[in-house]
Structures are given as structure tokens and as C-alpha cells.
Ligand binder design. Structure first.
Ligand code: 5U1
Length: 675
């Protein structure tokens, strides 16, 4: 390096350190310290120095995260200490038995302190650091020998290439889980679908597959994350006394530690943690398959030791599986509000992810072809997060001889109109429009729904019955109903009928945004309806707007703009709007001149927890009326979080990101200032 000027070398080292700090803030702490543009500027500066002086490049340079030349195979790494697996407990009794064994072995009845950790569903890895520098990364393999995946591990931003902080051990082997957050998994599969590649069954397979890529550039393109959860080899002057202390030291050296880790005082609190985490499992941004409980005291851990391949001092309390095998009995084709025909798999009922599943979506014809699924097949069902169950894979080995191909219908199963598919769209649609009973039903259900006209008591079943019995043919007919017409319907008592008539009458007074949303224009969801209302002020101006005028509005892209224009060019739609107005449906137009004064314009708010003083929908309406955007997740862009009772991970994240938080009472007082 003698030819590198001293000042350049210093400038380079400063840039490496600064960029690594930014990476740590962004990927480990979820708390960006500089805007992306500044990060990119510094990275370009670093790369230009590296271009001029290639010898200057150090292994901990952020430029090295992009992956390098492809390998022909992985070499093997023998773990200095075996990578253990965990014993499982499937219920509370088994957990109690675990503790009984511990107490017997320790010959003590004293309470034992535990650390509770979400068990991330990814791939276990071992990372070796010498004097703070990453030496290698290895897979678990069979527990004794794993594969050398160092070049791949280096591309993961939350894996520190160099440790920072005090008392860094001379040798430190960190164990943890590399996983793919659900958003990354969905994006990866969406891209695979577009390019006709094979999709991954679940985030765990996707993470493991991404780690075992011979081309590290592929790994670099996958949004993998790593959380540390224990140590293997450890040579240092000081050793923490507890597992909690060890995690905190790891956090200090730059590792990401899951933010739901908790230390609890006894086994009863472990069970309580299970209940709390089980409730939140669906809303976590990553898959977990259970909880790991670990004895907190490292001295007790040492006394307890190991059995065969598992430590005695830890246990995994498993959640119900999110994947199960079952049989595909039939495929039915449902017609949605916009005529979209969705194949729905009817399944032999199976318990998965804590509920019994008997239907799963097959999305569209392409998905049926991609899966190659046939009626009678054994399939793997996946139900994770709050998404609807999916068929992840067909178990071809189990295909019965009498399996039948799934045939996509050429005619609508409800109205027999032709099914059409627009070029470039995966969705096939019934061409029957409002001639199709299914589309009429869905349009009316949407119109009556809570976020639209909010007609209390008009449930899906009743809508179906009224259309089937030819009591109504369009949304406008709702306002012509009377008690006499309703009581003729099966199981409709006079009291319910008159309540429904009152609810329908009450729905007449609405807002422009709700009315627009209720019309069910394709791709016009609640937020777009609000934006349209706010920007145009009246339905006449929206109906007259051109594609170009619509495109001037935030959130409206060319496809939505075209759908809006088409909707208002259709005379049937215009006559329905007129009929609704004639029936007395009304709203106040928005005075555009007063909008300049929207005090929360440009702000993004997040509502979390169970609101008790007002409903979440009301809170959202009020905020939007003041010009704020209401988002569902907390990020660095969030202006303000309202944390109602029971708020969980969003509140934690807001605190980590240092975002302003107010409780519900403060929120109500805040709104009162604008009334
Ligand atoms: N969170 C967490 N996952 N996990 C997996 N901790 C943890 N610990 C493990 C494993 C296999 O093993 C240690 C107890 C050695």
C-alpha cells in the first residue's frame, strides 16, 4: 500500500467506518441516520477511491457486500463446538416437565429465570470473528460439519463485517438465524412468477436456498437478515454472567438481536409470554415457528450441560405448524365484483397455523399451470401471517391414478357469458358486467360495506338472497326497498326488516370519499377515493376529469386513471349515480379553497392498539380530513404514532426509531384543537 497517499488512506478508512455505521443504523437498529442520497454519495466516493487504488480495498468495505466471483462448490468447515438442536415442548405440560427436570437436576426448588426468544424460521449459521473481524460464516450442516458460506454471509447487511465497541473477544463465534422477512419473500416470489421461475414454498426454504447460492451476487440480491441468539467459541477477558448479558454484549458489538426477546422471572411467565407472542404471530413481519426458552444464568447452564445433541437448559415451545399436507377435492371458480374469476381449491379440512382450513385460493389460471395441480392431488398448504391459505406445492409422488386435470372455464359459471383474458393480465374475467348475477351481488356487498355506505344489517347472505329472489337488481334498488318487500324473504322478521330500512335510510347521508369508494371503480380503494375527493371536491369534476388531469394527482397512476375515466363514460354507471342521488343519497362537496389550510398535510400517522374512545375508522377519517396520510406500519417516514391500549410491535418500533407517540386521550384532545 506504499503508493497510496496518506491522506487518501485516511479518507478511505473514515469512509469505510462511516458507511459501516450507517449500515448498522439502517439494517440492525432500523433507525437510519442519514438520507439514502447521502449514503449513496459516500458510497460513490468510496468506490471511486477503490477504483483508483484497488490495493486499498479492505474486507470490511461496504463495497464488498455486493458479492463476488461465483464458486464451483462450497468447502466444508468443522464446527469447533457442535451446533446443537433443541428439544421441543408442544404444550404447557411438556414445558412444566422441562422445568421439573431442571429443578431435579439442580436439586433446588428456587424459581429459575429464563430468556424468552421468538424462534425465527430461517437457516442457522455460525459466524467466526477474530479480533473483531469476520473470518468465516458456516451453515449448521449436520451440527458437526457445515458449509463455508462466507462470501454469501458477507452480503447480508445486518451481519457486521467488523465488530465495534468495547471488550471485543479475541475469538467470538456467533450463532444465529438468517431469515427472509415476509415482505422480501413475497417480493421474491412475485418476481419469480413474473419471470416464469420456480417460486419458493416458504421463507425458510427461500433463506436456506439464498444462502446456498454458489453465486454470491444472487445472495446479495435477496433481502436476508440475521439475528444473533447465542455464542459458540468465546475467548475473552470478561464473560457475562447471564444469557441476557451475552445478548446485550452482542448487540453492543453490532449484531441485530430480536426486539421481542424478554427475560422473565419464572416458568409461569414463560407461558404468559407464549400467549402474548401467539396473539402477535400473525402480524409479525417474519415467520416464527415457536419460542426458545433458555435458562438465563450461564453458571446454571454450565451445571445443567447437554444430552446427546441438545442443551438441557433450553427448550423450543412450538407453535401450531404453518404448513400441512392435505388432499385437493375439487376446484371451484368464483366470480368477483369486477368479474375476475378466481379458482378456489376445496380441500380435505386440515388444521394448519392454528385453524382448520378447507379452502385455499389458487389465484388464477397461471398459478394452476405453475403448480401443475390436479384434482385428487396431495398438496402442501401454507397459512402464514394474516394472508389467506395458499397451496405451496404438489406432492407428485402421491398423485393418484384417477387424478383429474383442472380445466379453466371458457364461460362464466354464473351467467354463462364468455370469459376473457386481457393480454398481459393474469386474471380472466366474465364479460357479462352487470348482467352477471355474481358481479351484481359483489357490487352490492361492496356498496353496503362498512368503509363504503356502511349499511348496518345488510350482510352478504342477505344480499345474495335479495339478488337471487330478484328483489333488487342494482345498488340503487336498495333505496326502493320497504318492509313489505323484505318480509317476503325467507327468515326475515318484521323487526329486522324495519331495522334494515332505517339503516338504509341512515346511509343516505355520506361523504364524497365514501360514496366514490362505494361505487366500486376498479383499483379505487379507500385511500384513492379520499385523494380524489380532496383534489376535485365534487363528483361532477371527477366525472369530467381527463386521464391527464387525473395523473396530476398523487397516488393515481395511468391504469387507475383509465379505469376512472372509463367508469364515468359508461351511461349505465351515470344513471345509477343519478338514481342514487334521486333517492336522496347526499354528501357535502369539498370547498377546495379551504384545503390549503390542511394542517397535517405531508404528515404520515400510524394508529395502533385497540382504540377505546373512538373507533379506528373515525380516527382515520378525522386525520385524513386534516390532510394526514394514515399508514399501517411504522417507518422512519412516520410523523406520529397514536398508541391505544394493547399497542405492541408498532409502538416498540416507534420508540426505537424515536418517533413521537401519543396515547388515545392525547389524540382526542389534539383533534379537539381543530374543531
Ligand atoms: N432464538 C433462538 N433460536 N434458536 C435456535 N435461540 C436459539 N437457540 C438455539 C437454536 C438451535 O440453540 C441454542 C440453545 C444452542
Amino acid at each position: 500500500m506504499s503508493s497510496i497517499p496518506e491522506n487518501i488512506l485516511r479518507q478511505y478508512q473514515d469512509l469505510v467506518e462511516e458507511l459501516n455505521n450507517h449500515n448498522h443504523s439502517y439494517y440492525v437498529l432500523d433507525d437510519p441516520t442519514v438520507p439514502d442520497i447521502e449514503y449513496d454519495r459516500q458510497l460513490r466516493e468510496l468506490q471511486s477511491i477503490e477504483g483508483l487504488y484497488p490495493d486499498i480495498i479492505t474486507l470490511d468495505s461496504p463495497s464488498q457486500r455486493v458479492g463476488g466471483a461465483a464458486l464451483s462448490s462450497f468447502s466444508q468447515i468443522k464446527h469447533a463446538l457442535p451446533m446443537l438442536s433443541l428439544d421441543n415442548a408442544f404444550n404447557n405440560t411438556e414445558l412444566q416437565e422441562f422445568e421439573r427436570r431442571l429443578k431435579d437436576r439442580l436439586n433446588s426448588n428456587d424459581d429459575i429465570e429464563y430468556v424468552c426468544e421468538p424462534k425465527l424460521d430461517g437457516a442457522a449459521v455460525s459466524l467466526l470473528y477474530k479480533d473483531g473481524a469476520l473470518i468465516y460464516g458456516a451453515t449448521r450442516g449436520d451440527g458437526s460439519v457445515g458449509e463455508d458460506i462466507t462470501t454469501n454471509v458477507r452480503t447480508i447487511r445486518s451481519v457486521p463485517l467488523k465488530l465495534h465497541g468495547d471488550n471485543i473477544p479475541s475469538t467470538l463465534e456467533v450463532r444465529g438465524e438468517i431469515y427472509l422477512p415476509l415482505s422480501g419473500f413475497d417480493a421474491l416470489n412475485a418476481a419469480a412468477l413474473l419471470s416464469g421461475d420456480k417460486t419458493f414454498v416458504n421463507p425458510r426454504n427461500a433463506a436456506a436456498g439464498s444462502l446456498r447460492q454458489l453465486d454470491s451476487k444472487v445472495t446479495a440480491s435477496r433481502p436476508l437478515e440475521m439475528c444473533a441468539y447465542s455464542v459458540g467459541q468465546y475467548l475473552a477477558d470478561r464473560v457475562p454472567e447471564t444469557h441476557e448479558g451475552m445478548l446485550s454484549a452482542l448487540r453492543g458489538w453490532g449484531f441485530k438481536i430480536n426486539d421481542l426477546v424478554e427475560t422473565v422471572k419464572d416458568i409461569a411467565a414463560c407461558e404468559n409470554y407464549y400467549q402474548r407472542l401467539a396473539e402477535r404471530r400473525e402480524s409479525l413481519p417474519y415467520d416464527i415457528d415457536g419460542i426458545v426458552y433458555k435458562v438465563n444464568s450461564l453458571q446454571l447452564q454450565e451445571r445443567l450441560g447437554f444430552v446427546a445433541k441438545a442443551p438441557r437448559w433450553a427448550i423450543a415451545r412450538k407453535f401450531p405448524a404453518q404448513e400441512e399436507m392435505t388432499q385437493l377435492i375439487d376446484v371451484e371458480f368464483q366470480v368477483g365484483r369486477t368479474g375476475a374469476i378466481t379458482p378456489v381449491a376445496r380441500l380435505e379440512p386440515v388444521f394448519v397455523g392454528g385453524v382448520t382450513v378447507s379452502n385455499a385460493t389458487l389465484h388464477n389460471g397461471d398459478e394452476i399451470n405453475r403448480l401443475g395441480v390436479q384434482i385428487g392431488d396431495t398438496v402442501i398448504i401454507r397459512r402464514a401471517g394474516d394472508v389467506i391459505p395458499q397451496i405451496a406445492k404438489v406432492v407428485l409422488d402421491r398423485r393418484p391414478e384417477n387424478a383429474l386435470p383442472v380445466v379453466f372455464p371458457e364461460r362464466c359459471p354464473v351467467c354463462q357469458s364468455m370469459v376473457r383474458r386481457t393480454d398481459g393480465e393474469a386474471v380472466a374475467r366474465c364479460s357479462g358486467g352487470l348482467f352477471c348475477g355474481a358481479q351484481i351481488k359483489e357490487a352490492i356487498k361492496h356498496f353496503a360495506s362498512r368503509k363504503a355506505m356502511d349499511i348496518d344489517g345488510l350482510g352478504d347472505r342477505l344480499v345474495e338472497l335479495m339478488v337471487d329472489e330478484s328483489v333488487i337488481f342494482s345498488v340503487a334498488d336498495l333505496y326502493d326497498l320497504n318492509v313489505d318487500k323484505l318480509v317476503k324473504l325467507e327468515r326475515m322478521a318484521e323487526k329486522s326488516a324495519s331495522n334494515l330500512i332505517v339503516a338504509i335510510a341512515a346511509s343516505k347521508k355520506t361523504t364524497l370519499a365514501k360514496f366514490l369508494y362505494a361505487l366500486g371503480i376498479r383499483e379505487v380503494g379507500e385511500a384513492t377515493a379520499h385523494t380524489l375527493a380532496k383534489n376535485f371536491g365534487s363528483i361532477e369534476l371527477i366525472a369530467k376529469a381527463s386521464v391527464d388531469e387525473l395523473l396530476e394527482i398523487d397516488d393515481v397512476g395511468p391504469i387507475v386513471a383509465r379505469y376512472i375515466v372509463n367508469f364515468f363514460q359508461n351511461p349505465d354507471n351515470l344513471s345509477i349515480i343519478q338514481a342514487l342521488r334521486d333517492a336522496g343519497v347526499e354528501w357535502e362537496d369539498i370547498d377546495l379553497s379551504s384545503l390549503e389550510a390542511q394542517p397535517l398535510k405531508g404528515q404520515t400517522w400510524v394508529l395502533t392498539g385497540g382504540m377505546e374512545i373512538m373507533s379506528r375508522a373515525e380516527a382515520k377519517d378525522e386525520l385524513q380530513a386534516l390532510g394526514a396520510k394514515v399508514a399501517s406500519s411504522v417507518s422512519a417516514k412516520t410523523t406520529q404514532v397514536v398508541a391505544a391500549p394493547g399497542a405492541g410491535s408498532k409502538l416498540t418500533k416507534a420508540k426505537t426509531l424515536d418517533i413521537a407517540v401519543m396515547d388515545e386521550q392525547q389524540f382526542v384532545s389534539f383533534l379537539a384543537n381543530y374543531k
